[in-house]
Write a protein that binds this ligand. Structure first.
Ligand code: ADP
Length: 186
């Protein structure tokens, strides 16, 4: 099973991804977690992306291509993955298409978590992560609207999009997610 999670910052992707990945028995591949880990470790990648994360901007597509290409080619991703936080631009979507084509595989579902803007803001500002300050949150929501939101239409046209109401408590969202993936399975 190959699943992509799409949605604005604060939409609850990380929370849902952890449980779904363990239910499906596939790795949870979170580009945000990977980047934060590299910042903490002080690696070359971490030093390169630290300022970008703190500013709420996107890490350049070429840099992400290396990160994601390497991770998805690892043996544990052979039978599937849950990709959380990638793609975030149309160019990243194209790279993912190429990676999948090269391994003769394809996506099964793109789950899109729908949450009203006011609720996103409330969640992000109560979360308290290092990049969750008022200015950064505003910037990340703008970047999302400009660069990431167009991916929704792309996957909708391909018949892969499963829209999940992301409001309510995590249990409710998990139940909706499960039923939308079940219903969409070919
Ligand atoms: P959120 O979903 O709350 O924005 P993430 O943990 O997914 O949080 O990402 C945190 C930050 O990591 C982003 O704001 C961005 O700077 C960087 N990042 C994560 N994934 C990508 C990506 N695919 N392309 C570029 N930057 C990314």
């Amino acid at each position: 099973m190959r699943v992509v999670f799409l949605g604005a910052p604060g939409a609850g992707k990380g929370t849902q991804a952890q449980r779904l990945a363990s239910e499906l028995g596939v790795p949870h591949v979170s580009t945000g977690d990977m980047l934060r880990t590299s910042v903490e470790s002080g690696s070359e990648l971490g030093r390169k992306v630290q300022g970008i994360l703190a500013a709420g901007l996107l890490v350049p597509d070429e840099v992400m291509a290396g990160v994601v290409g390497e991770r998805l080619s690892a043996p544990d991703c052979r039978r599937g993955f849950l990709l959380d936080g990638y793609p975030r631009t149309l160019a990243q979507g194209e790279l993912l298409d190429r990676l999948l084509a090269a391994s003769a595989s394809r996506l099964d579902h793109v789950a899109f978590f729908e949450v009203p803007a006011a609720e996103l803001l409330r969640r992000l500002l109560s979360r308290g992560r290092a990049d969750d300050t008022v200015d950064t949150v505003r910037r990340r929501l703008e970047v999302y609207a400009e660069q990431t939101a167009p991916l929704r239409g792309l996957y909708e046209r391909r018949g892969l999009l499963r829209v999940v109401d992301g409001t309510g408590d995590p249990e409710q969202v998990a139940a909706r997610l499960r039923s939308s993936l079940g219903a969409g399975r070919p």
